[in-house]
Ligand binder design. Structure first.
Ligand SMILES: Nc1nc2c(ncn2[C@@H]2O[C@H](COP(=O)(O)OP(=O)(O)OP(=O)(O)O)[C@@H](O)[C@H]2O)c(=O)[nH]1
Ligand SMILES: [Mg+2]
Ligand SMILES: [Zn+2]
Length: 287
């Protein structure tokens, strides 16, 4: 498996757990074969190095971060510093749903608030069907649950800048020594730090990629009529709507609006659905 690629050199993780540096076959370029972290490849070894002979078909392909064959995403959101941003969280969840990824929501920095303060939000997402974990990287709380979740899978860690993604991974695997904080400070100055994506092999099996955080995240290329299915509970409720193709705005006989009135649908989720729908429709109009 390719762990990372920098400047045409790829670090490949072999079945026996060793890592070697490989270069791809020259013809790959002509044939348009690309390589991503997470790609399963066949290599011909030549001493401590190797040549990548073949790239096996990808199960999935993520663009941001660019990783192939990802099974799941661990979304880290801080409950404070920065404050929970549910619109950003829902955007991430929409992207994950669109890619058919399993999701773990990790509410981090629990040491900064009382547990009651986040109970409603946690329940909202649990009721939808997401796994929600409360953690504190600072106090090493919630770590065992995360470790269990990552075991044996290819995961990416995603979430806003400063949420504590790198700190959590460092707590999970103390030998990692990932850089924390520095990047957030740079982002505040409006500069983006480009980092190479790297999959880290885990002791318990599986791989995880840390990613740089973001403060904005665009949802693109999703047809307006499909958005509701990426909010799983809205998609389910929408099956009862009077009109086929109901966008759940002000249509008569809309069961999504009924669920909102009766309290069966969280207001924040509906608001964020409408917010994203508007963005998508503006994007569609601009074509
Ligand atoms: N109080 C508290 N602070 C935390 C916790 N986890 C991380 N921090 C702090 O939050 C700041 C940001 O942590 P990082 O791990 O760098 O955050 P990140 O999500 O990796 O940020 P980017 O790399 O910019 O995306 C650091 O100062 C951490 O020490 C926590 O559980 N509690
Ligand atoms: Mg980080
Ligand atoms: Zn409807």
């Amino acid at each position: 498996m390719v762990l990372k690629g920098i400047g045409g050199f790829y670090t490949v993780y072999l079945e026996d757990g060793r890592q070697i540096t490989c270069t791809p076959r020259g013809r790959f370029k002509k044939e348009g074969v690309s390589l991503l972290a997470g790609d399963r490849v066949k290599v011909a070894r030549e001493g401590g190095e190797g040549t990548i002979e073949e790239v096996l078909p990808r199960k999935t392909e993520l663009y941001r971060p660019a990783v192939a064959n990802v099974d799941q995403v661990m979304v880290v959101a801080a409950v404070r510093k920065p404050d929970l941003n549910l619109f950003l969280l829902d955007r991430l969840l929409v992207l994950a749903e669109d890619q058919h990824l399993e999701v773990l929501i990790c509410l981090n920095k629990m040491d900064l608030i009382q547990p009651e303060e986040v109970r409603e939000v946690a329940e909202t997402y649990r009721e939808i069907g997401y796994r929600v974990l409360e953690s504190s990287a600072l106090l090493s709380r919630g770590i065992a649950g995360i470790r269990e979740y990552l075991k044996g899978k290819i995961s990416v860690v995603a979430g806003p800048s400063g949420a504590g993604k790198s700190t959590l991974l460092n707590r999970l695997y103390p030998h990692l020594d990932l850089k924390t904080d520095g990047i957030s400070r740079k982002l505040k100055q409006g500069r983006h730090t480009t980092r190479h994506v790297e999959l880290i092999p885990l002791d318990a099996g599986g791989f995880v990629a840390d990613t740089p955080g973001f403060s904005r995240l665009e949802v693109r290329g999703i047809p307006a009529g499909e958005l509701s299915f990426l909010f799983p509970e809205v998609g389910r409720l929408g099956e009862e709507c009077r009109f086929k193709g109901c966008l759940h705005r002000r249509e008569p006989g809309c069961s999504v609006q009924e669920a909102l009135t009766s309290g069966d649908l969280a207001e924040s989720r509906y608001r964020n659905y409408l917010g994203l729908l508007k963005e998508i429709q503006e994007e569609e109009r601009s074509y």
